[in-house]
Ligand binder design. Structure first.
Ligand SMILES: C[S@@+](CC[C@H](N)C(=O)[O-])C[C@H]1O[C@@H](n2cnc3c(N)ncnc32)[C@H](O)[C@@H]1O
Length: 351
């Protein structure tokens, strides 16, 4: 108490209160950065997953550090910080997740994984700003594995259930997923439809290598195939016969990667896909841009999402742009659902 009185005497009541409120205002920003960074390392070293699996039993910190060959001091610093903000509890050499930690790592991990995918852009922001580095020149790259993992985890909450509902109602049995990322959509579909098979195609060889590693452990390994491929040039894959029997083509958040330089490339790709698969159902999930004013009124996670995309030359199209492109490519829109709340739209198309 005397400490407080002493401070008030030196600073004055209004000055002390103003200072405290300013620091209270600033702290969540700094804490967000520190917490996010520490969580990334926790997930990356495998302790995040181990803690989730261990539940209340917790994990022996020294044992984990030894097993993974980590620096014990750095691990203790990280865990002490997370204990301080009540994300974990460290007691008697054991660490366990508290409810907030379980929510962060279990439920909303996709947010952190997607941010981790784009972290190199933030680390190099000043170099990008001063033109010393350029994304387009390949000086800085996103982490593709985490693009797939983060997107896959986030999409399980809304996009995949909406798309699975459309696909099930149309009775589709074999899905070709373009820009399949970590195979999260086709895995989600296989979990819900016991006779469905799928082929995932992705442009990025590292992404496909990750898929192959995880597929080896998947209960759906016999129903899911993967291939490196470019949705604009599927001719060889089609000729190989691997896409035979496909009755549904899906793509989630893949087409927008080509809007930066205009619509010609994506329009040509859509036209070509329509002619290659003239009888199948197309189910497309895409970001649908929201006016900046509505984001200002309700600053959702779409703001961070915009920033990631802007910095990596990806443009988000309005729902109307997607409608126009699909129609110009010769598709008929048979079903459409736009969720402005999350800035995402779903289109079922027939060639
Ligand atoms: C934002 S991620 C979406 C991943 C996934 N569809 C999902 O549901 O989470 C976009 C993916 O499209 C892939 N991609 C981009 N251009 C492509 C192309 N021309 N052909 C195939 N895949 C492509 C990227 O490598 C990346 O994995």
């Amino acid at each position: 108490m005397s400490e407080v009185l002493d401070l008030l005497r030196i600073l004055g009541l209004s000055n002390a209160l103003r200072m405290k409120s300013r620091y209270d205002e600033a702290l969540p920003h700094l804490r967000g950065y520190a917490t996010t960074t520490v969580l990334w390392s926790l997930l990356e070293c495998g302790l995040g997953g181990r803690l989730l699996a261990a539940g209340d039993a917790g994990v022996d910190v020294d044992g984990f550090v030894r097993e993974q060959g980590l620096d014990a001091h750095v691990m203790r610093s990280m865990l002490s910080y997370l204990d301080g903000i009540s994300v974990v509890r460290v007691e008697g050499g054991q660490v366990r997740l508290l409810p907030s930690g379980r929510h962060l790592i279990g439920d909303t991990r996709g947010l952190f994984e997607l941010a981790y995918a784009y972290e190199p852009l933030f680390t190099n922001l000043s170099d990008l700003l001063h033109g010393r580095k350029q994304f387009a020149r390949g000086d800085v790259a996103r982490r593709i594995e985490y693009v797939g993992r983060g997107s896959g985890m986030l999409c399980r909450d809304l996009p995949y259930p909406v798309m699975a509902d459309i696909i099930a109602r149309h009775g589709c049995r074999r899905v070709l997923d373009l820009g399949c990322g970590d195979l999260a959509l086709v895995t989600f579909l296989c979990e819900r439809m016991s006779d469905l098979t799928a082929v995932g195609v992705d442009l990025d060889a590292d992404m496909i290598a990750y898929c192959r590693r995880t597929l080896a452990e998947s209960p759906f390994a016999s129903r899911i195939e993967v291939a490196t491929g470019d949705l604009r040039h599927l001719d060889d894959l089609i000729a190989s016969g691997r896409l035979a029997g496909v009755d549904c083509v899906t793509a989630v958040d893949t087409f927008h990667e080509y809007l930066w330089t205009g619509t010609d490339e994506i329009l040509a790709a859509l036209k070509k896909l329509r002619s290659q698969f003239p009888k199948v159902l197309f189910v497309i999930g895409e970001f649908c841009n929201q006016p900046h004013e509505s984001l200002r009124r309700r600053p959702t996670a779409f703001l961070e999402h915009h920033l990631f995309h802007d910095l990596t030359n990806q443009k988000i199209g309005e729902a109307e742009l997607w409608r126009r492109l699909f129609r110009e490519a010769g598709f008929q829109i048979v079903e459409e659902r736009i969720f402005n709340l999350v800035g995402h739209g779903y289109f079922a198309l027939r060639p």
